[in-house]
Design a protein around this ligand. Structure first.
Ligand code: A3P
Length: 304
């Protein structure tokens, strides 16, 4: 495990070093119309990803950036380590679309169940995930806190190009010009698949409300049956405080930036009233009256 942590932190340091001196424009390249960071994604890797052979018992985690993926990855790893015999030495960058094209060959050797995390849009997920009926956990967070977290990540992470202002970031976020594209496109696509077999939606806010219940639901979805005590200890280790304390050890210098504040409603410190209304209107236009809107409890978490 210690070897794995060192390796992941080293990999992340290498990615950050590659970002040094890049402007925001230079950071991005487009693949099939969506912007991605050149420092961790490449056309060669995307091509190779098409051949990833998902397994039926893979644990797939899909989320738009900054919805809490690293939190969920740690919870899922903890669930795996405490409930199965798997002691997976996975040294890959955790997101399937990130890294070198040879990673899929290495991933073939990993024992089941593997955790496949991704920020890809529904339409760009490897087809074998559906063909082989792997279960997909879809993590969402309210768009206002997601945008705020994304902005802070850019402006705090060492070497990652910063935005000149929150206003500049907000307008790029609203028009989907940020890495991995539009939050709203991502959400609209998932809303159509919310009731698909093998899909479970979970929200950041629900996990914040009650992490123990959240861990229990996730465990049931993936067919694990840990004892109530084990669920409780996973939830205890998954608290923001506990994770932030371990973040440097696991992720290196970017740890405390990835595990920044961990609260609901921090958007109120950045959004102007006009920006808040603009997002309300966009959300209504894209997702008003939908099942995903009900899941996200937009009116609870996104109203001042
Ligand atoms: P903030 O920037 O609002 O603090 P991702 O992992 O997808 O990049 O998401 C990062 C966001 O998830 C950050 O949000 C981070 O603090 C939050 N997060 C990570 N672990 C968390 C935890 N245990 N509890 C609550 N929030 C957490």
């Amino acid at each position: 495990m210690a070897k794995q942590q060192m390796k992941l932190a080293d990999e992340i340091e290498k990615v950050l070093a590659k970002s040094k001196g890049l402007s925001l424009k230079e950071l991005r390249f487009f693949y099939q119309g969506t912007p991605y960071p050149v420092t961790i994604c490449s056309a060669e890797t995307f091509k190779a990803l098409e051949n990833l052979e998902a397994r039926r018992d893979d644990i797939v985690l899909v989320s738009y950036p900054k919805c809490g993926a690293n939190w969920l990855i740690q919870l899922l790893r903890d669930l795996l380590f405490t409930t199965s015999q798997t002691k997976q030495e996975n040294m890959e960058l955790p997101f399937i679309e990130c890294g070198d094209p040879e990673k899929y060959e290495r991933m073939k050797k990993l024992p089941s169940p593997r955790i496949l995390a991704t920020h890809l849009h529904y339409d760009n997920l490897p087809k074998s995930i559906f063909k082989n009926k792997a279960k997909i956990l879809v993590l969402f967070r309210n768009p206002k806190d997601t945008a705020a977290s994304f902005f802070h990540f850019h402006n705090n992470a060492p070497n990652v190009p910063s935005y000149s202002s929150w206003d500049e970031f907000f307008s790029e976020f609203m028009s989907g010009k940020v890495s991995w594209g539009s939050y709203f496109d991502h959400a609209v696509a998932w809303n159509k698949h919310i009731e698909d077999e093998n899909v479970m939606i979970i929200t950041y806010e629900d996990l914040k409300e009650n992490l123990t219940t959240g861990v229990q639901k996730i465990a049931e979805f993936f067919g694990f049956s840990p004892t109530a005590e084990r669920i409780q200890s996973i939830a205890d280790r998954g608290s923001f405080q506990a994770m932030r304390e371990k973040s440097q050890e696991l992720y290196g210098s970017i740890g405390p930036i990835l595990f920044r504040k961990g609260v609901v409603g921090d958007w109120k410190n950045l959004f102007t009233e006009a920006q808040s209304q603009e997002m309300d209107a966009k959300f209504k236009e894209c997702l008003g009256g939908t099942k995903l809107e009900a899941h996200l409890k937009y009116n609870v978490y996104c109203k001042a």
